[in-house]
Design a protein around this ligand. Structure first.
Ligand code: URA
Length: 262
């Protein structure tokens, strides 16, 4: 078991992570779980679910004969296993034309935290697993510093499950087409907390077009689950000074999810 300071030093985040907030952080266990390729869907042990509230987005017409409303209603009934198969076969937006693999998500299907990024990049598209590139390494380090791990205490997914070509931003119609999948994942997983990484995840979960700064400042909620918005790890790689702010978001997330557990 690593001491938190030792861990932060090893991952090169100390002293930047030693923010004013860090001193208030609860002592947490430190287990850094390395990336591991997932060959098949996670074990399907989720039994509880709750009905979705308002849709994350109004879905636009898909190129299939099924209406978007029928499609969303059907997806809202799927098991984890059926959801993974549905995503693998999805043709609801143009991202299906250029993807190598769909990237449904990875981790514990009954997680403490559900972590939501933007969309798969090149490495993720090759491997079918979210956050396996440089941003993913930083995400794992951030989670480890908060006492969480990719496999044990989180479920990690993205707003869109297919790679936007050239790593461009996901477009509104693509986010809308994928929204029923994210909504179903949240309903199945019933996490204690939703951690939104960056603008697209924050906007999608909170149904807002507020800035990341505004979303970070006031945690919201989705389907009764608290939503904490923080910086995307890819942004933190470009702007390491913001790591201290991201650490304070994680501390807030820990507090919120622990109070949910009470
Ligand atoms: N960035 C994301 O938002 N998601 C990934 O899976 C990888 C990089």
């Amino acid at each position: 078991m690593l001491d938190r300071d030792v861990l932060l030093r090893e991952i090169g985040l100390s002293p930047i992570w030693r923010s004013r907030e860090a001193t208030n952080a609860a002592t947490v266990s430190q287990t850094c779980v390395p990336h591991a390729k997932v060959e098949s869907p996670e074990p399907l042990n989720t039994t509880q679910e709750h009905a979705p509230e308002t849709p994350l987005f109004v879905t636009s017409a898909s190129p299939t004969t099924e209406s978007s409303a029928d499609r969303a209603a059907r997806i809202a009934t799927l098991s984890w296993e059926a959801l993974t198969s549905d995503i693998a076969a999805c043709r609801a937006c143009k991202l299906c034309e250029t993807r190598t693999h769909t990237v449904p998500g990875v981790g514990n299907t009954s997680p403490e935290w559900m972590v939501i990024g933007e969309g798969p990049g090149e490495q993720e598209d090759k491997r079918g697993e979210p956050f396996v590139g440089r941003a993913g390494q930083l995400l794992d380090q951030m989670l480890a510093a908060a006492g969480k791990s990719r496999k044990e205490s989180t479920y990690i997914t993205n707003v869109v499950k297919c790679r936007p070509p050239g790593n461009r931003d996901p477009q509104t119609d693509e986010i809308s087409a994928c929204a029923p999948y994210l909504e179903r994942q949240i309903a199945l997983a019933q996490p204690k907390l939703l951690l939104a990484l960056g603008k697209f995840a924050g906007e999608t979960l909170l149904s807002t077009d507020a800035t990341v700064a505004a979303m970070r400042a006031s945690p919201g909620e989705r389907s009764g689950v608290p939503v904490v918005v923080t910086y995307h790890p890819a942004y933190l790689l470009r702007s390491p000074r913001e790591k201290a702010e991201a650490w304070s978001d994680l501390v807030a997330a820990k507090r919120l999810s622990e109070s949910e557990a009470d």
